[in-house]
Design a protein around this ligand. Structure first.
Ligand code: CA
Length: 374
């Protein structure tokens, strides 16, 4: 479940548990209301108890707004899944779609209030502006769609599709909200020089490849992670991976047969001429397929010759970025994992590890994308 994995990412455990509880309550409430088919009700605002205690300098109002935005976004994700179901029945019913759209609008009203609050915070102004634009874009489309005659089923189906597509940035926005809640620098673009927290490895380096308990039997070598990404551990050389360079960047991809955290093979990227853009140097996987509405875990091991950032993105074949996260890499191996829910219409994605903005050498191993075990 997404909420639990969000918790895994929050270095202070208190935030994790506070958020998980908050999300659970909010989701249950939102889903219960949606399920009853009653009047649409805004997502409840996060109460004072939602305020985690790890960032003492954060304005409590800002903290509440962040928690509310996260709740709103979780609710929007489930509305997106409901819209998806509503347009996949044959024939689709405009009245059902309209009900979901009114629920989306109620969420958006709560979201816009939270976004406006965030715009007033020094640290959260950019995030607030992006959230406001996101909510306003959605609301424009839902309002437009609801303006159609209820007999115009095609207009409702088309509107629902457009709104599902507009929801695609949700995971990336949620990452930024979570970062802001735990005071991680990833919430603001390139703070440069400010203190950053490195997510601690969740497993000792000696055992990087323990599969999740619920992993199905796999044809991969025993001990290898079950992954949708081809050749995740580089035991097959660098097959399936390519280094994409733009804007004059110069870098090479190498294979280290014994370079991994467990003594297995790893990949290394040496940068001769760096790129000012994160995506100017990118280690990109082969395309793989994700199911819409499904939650996946992205898990990888990373090390660098000097502390640096690595941006991880899931990019759809259409070019749409469906998930994005900036990770901190240090000079010892660490494991980093995060959840993404795939909301884009396009099932085909590639994982892109973006290595611009720093010339430090980077090693990778066990770059896994797998279905969340819930
Ligand atoms: Ca390996």
């Amino acid at each position: 479940m997404n909420a639990r994995r969000l918790g895994d990412l929050s270095s202070p455990e208190s935030i994790a548990s506070a958020l998980v509880g908050l999300l659970a309550v909010g989701l249950i409430a939102a889903q219960a209301l949606a399920g009853m088919g009653g009047p649409t009700t805004p997502v409840p605002s996060a109460g004072p108890s939602a305020a985690p205690s790890a960032a003492p300098t954060m304005d409590p109002e800002i903290r509440r707004a962040l928690a509310t935005a996260l709740l709103v976004n979780q609710s929007l994700a489930s509305r997106g899944a409901a819209l998806e179901s509503a347009i996949s029945v044959e024939p689709p019913l405009a009245t059902d779609i309209a009900d979901h759209l009114r629920s989306v609008n109620a969420d958006l009203t709560a979201g816009k209030q939270a976004a406006d609050r965030l715009r007033l915070g020094d640290e959260t102004a950019d995030l607030g502006a992006d959230l406001a634009a996101f909510y306003e874009g959605l609301m424009a489309r839902t309002t437009e769609t609801l303006g159609n005659s209820i007999r115009n089923t095609d207009a409702y189906v088309e509107g629902a599709r457009a709104i599902i597509d507009l929801l695609a940035p949700l995971p990336a926005l949620n990452d930024r909200i979570t970062d802001a809640l735990v005071g991680r620098s990833g919430a603001t673009p390139s703070p440069g020089g400010s203190a950053v927290t490195t997510p601690p490895p969740t497993l000792p380096p000696a055992t990087p490849s323990v599969p999740p308990q619920s992993s199905p039997p796999s044809a991969q070598p025993s001990g290898a992670p079950v992954s949708l990404v081809f050749n995740p551990g580089f035991e097959d050389g660098v097959n399936g991976w390519q280094l994409q360079l733009t804007d004059g960047a110069v870098a090479t991809l190498a294979h280290e047969p014994l370079g991994g955290p467990d003594g297995s093979a790893a990949a290394r990227v040496d940068i001769t001429t760096g790129s000012p853009a994160r995506s100017g140097i990118a280690l990109v996987s082969e395309a793989f397929s994700l199911s819409r509405g499904e939650t996946y875990v992205v898990d990888l091991w990373v090390k660098s010759s000097a502390a640096r950032e690595v941006s991880v993105r899931l990019v759809a074949a259409s070019g749409q970025v469906t998930a994005s996260r900036v990770l901190q890499a240090g000079t010892t191996w660490s494991e980093i994992s995060f959840d993404v829910t795939h909301l884009a219409a396009d099932p085909n994605v590639q994982l892109s590890l973006d290595l611009g903005r720093s010339d430090a050498t980077v090693w990778f191993d066990d770059i896994v994308v797998r279905k969340s075990s819930g």
